[in-house]
Design a protein around this ligand. Structure first.
Ligand code: FE2
Length: 241
């Protein structure tokens, strides 16, 4: 089955601190690119004669498949977390307090990990270990380093493409903006365990679809929303690079 581009679960024009242009570029070019890469890699694997293919080629394709799978999953989590009001349920706050001492202590460590990624690339994740039933902040230097038994409940994309359009090299300002609006899905859950279970069951997310039509010089993004907000269309603009 081919990987499909998931509907974007946030409303890009409503995010305070991250521009619609940045979010749409990130969603289309980087998340969309990961989906397209994953499908291309799997096409190559299917076309391969595994009985005669050299080991290095199989290893390379399987490594790239895992990398693309991680990129797809983490980007979907990233966009799904945008749009919160910063408030935590009692269950989520209690889980953070149990593990980190306080919500502020968790936040300090998460932000420090993100700051340490400045100038580099990768992910900062708040993970829930299914085995240990514990939360932890981790950094991943590519899309595959999430932890063997871990389910990420919060993902911060520290690749430059996630912020350069709005912030240039000022990653600190990007992290500040992310922390203000990143508690959409996970903070509304009763507990980390319940959040992980709900995501495993693939509960439907809000209906919001992008249709992007590329031309040589311009692109037009038509955003159709079938939930609470009316459909709208953006204006034609210069193509993102
Ligand atoms: Fe990204």
């Amino acid at each position: 089955m081919r990987q499909q581009i998931a509907p974007i679960p946030c409303r890009p024009w409503t995010l305070n601190g991250l521009s619609e242009r940045l979010i749409v570029s990130h969603y289309e070019n980087n998340y969309g690119g990961a989906v397209r890469s994953l499908n291309a890699i799997r096409d190559d694997l299917r076309a391969l004669d595994l009985a005669t293919a050299p080991g290095y080629l199989v290893r390379c394709l399987k490594r790239e498949e895992l990398n693309a799978m991680g990129s797809v999953a983490l980007h979907e989590l990233y966009f799904g977390n945008l749009g919160g009001d910063g408030k935590l349920t009692a269950g989520m706050a209690s889980a953070l307090e149990d593990q980190f001492g306080s919500v502020d202590d968790w936040r300090r460590e998460f932000v420090a990990a993100a700051s340490a990624m400045r100038g580099g690339s990768g992910w900062v994740l708040l993970n829930y270990s299914r085995r240990d039933r514990r939360l932890s902040n981790v950094v991943g230097f590519d899309h595959t380093q999430s932890g063997v038994d871990a389910a990420p409940v919060l993902a911060l994309d520290m690749y430059e493409h996630a912020y350069a359009i709005d912030f240039g090299a000022n990653a600190t300002a990007y992290v500040d903006a992310f922390m203000r609006i990143s508690t959409g899905a996970w903070s509304a859950s009763a507990s980390p365990k319940r959040l992980v279970r709900s995501r495993t069951l693939h509960q439907p997310i809000r209906c919001l679809r992008f249709r992007l039509k590329n031309s040589q010089q311009n692109w037009r993004a038509t955003i159709a929303c079938r939930c609470s907000t009316p459909a709208r269309s953006t204006t034609t603009r210069a193509a993102p690079t």
